[in-house]
Write a protein that binds this ligand. Structure first.
Ligand code: FAD
Length: 258
């Protein structure tokens, strides 16, 4: 990716990714409401210390801190799906899977449950000046993909290709962009197999003009998709790929580059 730090007087060159650092501290929050968005996705609304919170990029992440009954602590990365600093609120979507402190916490959270968060430490802001966008990922990427689709300018073509367990996991987003949502259904046990997302995206011609591609999924899946898109001619500078988790590893976040 091309990344630039600009002073406020300088005009950004086209397609420049803007990096912004944020001051970060731990914030104490309390769950205010829990929604079952889809059978495997919990949407958790929290309120509390949100003063000074900033998140400028749709795929920014915050740290969530968990302590279990034995006092052992763990932290995991999640996307701020929505927030309102003035109201002191934040929304986080949790894709439920078999095990892990985040999944356990989300499965049992109820109004009054507390949570500490930190970050985001920074935002990488992809400009809304591309001719088109492709946002590709699995359940864990849906919060970032949803936020991204909702924030795009009116009429810009955006294709989302998301791997989910079954049709019940589909989400819809309110957007002024020209959104096409494609879904690949596969068992969660195959979430580290890129085949479903490769088949879905291979069937789509890359649109004309200059586009930006976001890929976020299990690490090996994200890597395979990035390689295929690069082979198809998508410039690596206009792609951001990340492993949002890794089969068999806890708390695995991998930025995928050459
Ligand atoms: C930048 C970033 C943003 C993210 N945003 C979100 C978000 O908004 N919502 C969200 O749900 N997730 C998000 N994730 C993914 C999330 O951080 C991981 O899934 C994390 O491992 C979950 O923690 P855990 O405690 O539940 O499981 P862990 O203790 O980390 O892992 C336990 C076991 O579960 C496996 N595992 C982990 N995640 C999954 C999964 N999704 N499906 C199947 N098996 C899994 C691991 O391989 C491990 O074997 C994000 C990750 C990154 C890096």
């Amino acid at each position: 990716m091309t990344e630039t730090t600009l002073s406020s007087e300088e005009a950004a060159p086209p397609h420049a990714i803007r990096r912004v650092r944020h001051e970060t501290r731990r914030r104490a929050l309390t769950v205010t409401a829990v929604e079952t968005l889809t059978p495997r996705m919990k949407r958790i609304h929290l309120g509390g210390d949100m003063e000074g919170f900033a998140s400028l990029g749709a795929d920014d992440h915050i740290k969530l801190f968990f302590t279990d009954a034995t006092g052992a602590s763990a932290m995991r990365d999640f996307t701020p799906r929505a927030f309102d600093v003035a109201a002191g609120t934040i929304t986080i979507d949790f894709a439920l899977h078999e095990a892990g402190p985040a999944t356990r916490w989300a499965a049992t959270a109820a109004p009054g449950t507390t949570l500490e968060i930190g970050g985001p430490r920074g935002s990488a802001v992809v400009p809304d000046d591309f001719d088109w966008y492709w946002l590709i990922g699995d359940e864990t990427a849906l919060p970032a993909i949803g936020r991204w689709v909702e924030g795009l300018r009116s009429g810009v073509p955006v294709l989302t290709a998301v791997a989910i367990a079954d049709a019940g996991e589909r989400q819809s987003f309110k957007t002024a962009a020209d959104w096409t949502g494609l879904w690949a259904e596969r068992d969660l046990s195959g979430a580290d197999d890129a085949a479903a997302l490769l088949a879905l995206t291979d069937a789509q011609p890359l649109p004309p003009g200059e586009g930006f591609v976001l890929i976020a999924a299990e690490s090996s899946v994200a890597r395979a998709l990035r390689t295929r898109l690069a082979e198809r001619g998508q410039p690596k500078a206009f792609m951001k790929a990340a492993g949002y988790w890794k089969r068999g590893e806890a708390d695995a976040h991998e930025r995928i580059e050459d």
